[in-house]
Design a protein around this ligand. Sequence first.
Ligand SMILES: NC(=O)c1ccc[n+]([C@@H]2O[C@H](COP(=O)([O-])OP(=O)(O)OC[C@H]3O[C@@H](n4cnc5c(N)ncnc54)[C@H](O)[C@@H]3O)[C@@H](O)[C@H]2O)c1
Length: 256
Amino acid sequence: MRLENKIALVTAAASGMGRAGVIRFAQEGARVAAVDIDQAALDAVVKEVADAGGNAVAIRADLTKDEDCHRIVDDTVEAFGGLDLLWNHVGHPGPSAVEDIDPDDYEIAMDLNVRSVFMTSGRAIPQLRKRGGGSILFTASIAGLIGSPFSPVYSAAKWGVNGMMASLAGRLANDNIRVNSVCPGVVDTPMLNVFMARPDQETDRDTNLAMMRKLTPLGREAQPEEIANAALFLLSDEASYITGVALPVDGGFVSK
Ligand SMILES: NC(=O)c1ccc[n+]([C@@H]2O[C@H](COP(=O)([O-])OP(=O)(O)OC[C@H]3O[C@@H](n4cnc5c(N)ncnc54)[C@H](O)[C@@H]3O)[C@@H](O)[C@H]2O)c1
């Protein structure tokens, strides 16, 4: 198994790609701390893992709060005795407005995409060092590689995530800690509907989705498991010489 004896923490774990990651990592032998604000959905994921013979615990947290970002690391260490792999997956689409932006909308997007990830990573690093190294993965986006005209705050935040990733890759290499990010394109999760149907967009969800499919060389959106597979690879020892990489998992979207 590819994650045997590893202890993993996944945020935004109750839905979409995070949920797929918890299930996939547990299949590969990891003990997984699944973190989310949605307790009921989290319990369902953990039960699914247990029913399949895996080992996961649910940790409820509101990752807009610094104390929760710290506590999830402490709770993981308490549950499993350490931490090897951290997938900072939580994020927020943010508003599409610029001229008349609501500061609260700006703040929650920056908090969930950048601040929470910074806080969680900071708490996790000493734990990874204690284990002799480890692997940190961020979820950025194609919007963190190119500019999304529909999501200016989100683009700013995800470029920030990739900047943080690159900085930490250099900073932590001597600690045997690898740091990378996945940059998903269009992925079939509840969040996709937010991106495709913002109130101030002129065209409707189906039109927007059709346009995104047309702009994607593979011609379709990803399933969450396809991103989880990339996350599994980057977190695993199979990627032992890969650090500082922002990997598009986007059906070719940014290749054109
Ligand atoms: N879906 C896409 O097309 C897409 C594309 C690129 C990047 N992403 C990124 O992927 C990540 C998650 O996306 P997804 O599509 O898997 O999402 P999703 O909508 O399937 O799940 C989001 C999860 O985040 C949880 N959450 C929300 N607020 C929280 C909070 N304050 N504290 C803790 N948990 C909270 C929700 O309960 C939910 O379970 C984000 O970083 C997002 O920016 C998504």
